[in-house]
Write a protein that binds this ligand. Structure first.
Ligand SMILES: [Zn+2]
Length: 327
């Protein structure tokens, strides 16, 4: 998992960099996937009335995928990566829809959350405006680049096309599925265009990559905004959801969101104190990392901590972000 997620971050760095694009030094040297990232639709489970989950089996590039049923329509949250996955998830959705309207949405534009959307024929694709703009800016680049990462990625993304929203909104939007309202809220932080989706009936919130269970926050993208992320978590915690669906990892609760928020506040405070002592980013990383890693010893992907420090450091010193090397 660690290896896979580490590699997964590379395209973020390359694509969002204003300098080089896919240089040989940043190309991964080995295949990225140890297992084919095929969404396991046969593992779909009913979490509560009209709420289905196709769980993340802890294989890289497979997110948690939700399906919410109303009387007149269903909503699919996140699509899986590439044509085959999009088709598989659409099939699962059709089985549940039984002729009702199908809506589909992406928590953000990243490949495993959005690059199956084109396969949802006759479905209505909803994106918030910020996500739509970010997708127009970056998705084609991501598609091309991911195909170069190995045969698994190339296969997954074969014949894959990018789809843009049929319907978009700004800030907040209520979708009536028929005696069931789901609320979409624009909440950028992990990317420029994240949205969270709240199913009011089950009081469940879908976080996308704004929250992963027992992971360090994924912040290798220079467009990530660390303090904004803390605010986003405050907003979601204040909603008091009963259940929290992470982008990756097992089902969670508000308690887990608070743990992530406490972690980010703690890291920010440590960095702020060290800046006052005159330490630079590298010195701070060296000084505070061991104690943080000890404190969060059971969290996965600790290599993301360096990115988190870089992000907070840039923000607190009002300097351009200097992301660490992944090599
Ligand atoms: Zn993401």
């Amino acid at each position: 998992m660690k290896f896979c997620l580490k590699i997964l971050t590379i395209p973020l760095l390359i694509v969002t960099s204003t300098h080089t694009f896919a240089t040989s030094s940043t190309q991964p040297k080995q295949p990225l996937l140890q297992s084919p990232a095929i969404v396991q639709i046969e593992k779909i489970k009913k979490i509560s009335s009209g709420f289905w989950l196709i769980p993340d089996p802890r294989i890289n590039y497979i997110p948690n995928i939700g399906i919410i049923e109303g009387n007149n329509a269903i909503l699919v949250i996140d699509t899986g990566m590439g044509k085959v996955n999009g088709q598989r998830v659409f099939q699962a959705a059709q089985k549940i829809a039984k002729g009702r309207t199908i809506y589909v949405t992406s928590t953000h534009f990243h490949p495993e959350h959005a690059f199956g959307a084109a396969e949802f024929k006759d479905a209505i694709y909803i994106q918030n405006k910020k996500q739509l703009n970010e997708s127009k800016e970056k998705s084609e680049k991501y598609l091309k680049l991911f195909r170069t990462f190995g045969s698994n990625e190339a296969n997954l993304l074969k014949d894959t096309t990018i789809r843009y929203a049929d319907k978009s909104y700004s800030v907040k939007f209520n979708l009536d599925l028929g005696h069931r309202i789901v609320t979409f809220m624009e909440m950028p932080a992990h990317t420029k265009g994240d949205q969270i989706i709240l199913d009011q009936q089950s009081n469940t919130v879908f976080m996308g990559d704004l929250y992963e269970k027992d992971f360090y926050p994924i912040m290798p993208d220079p467009d990530t905004k660390a303090s904004l992320w803390i605010n986003v978590l405050s907003q979601v915690i204040a909603m008091k959801p009963k259940m929290v669906v992470p982008g990756h990892g097992s089902l969670s609760t508000v308690k887990h969101l608070k743990q992530l928020q406490d972690h980010m506040i703690y890291v920010k405070k440590q960095i702020s104190e060290q800046i006052k002592f005159g330490l630079n980013q590298n010195q701070i990383t060296e000084k505070i990392s061991p104690q943080i890693k000890k404190r969060y010893a059971n969290w996965d992907n600790s290599f993301f901590l360096d990115f988190e420090i870089a992000n907070f450091y840039a923000e607190l010193t009002k300097t351009p972000i200097k992301l660490p090397s992944l090599n």
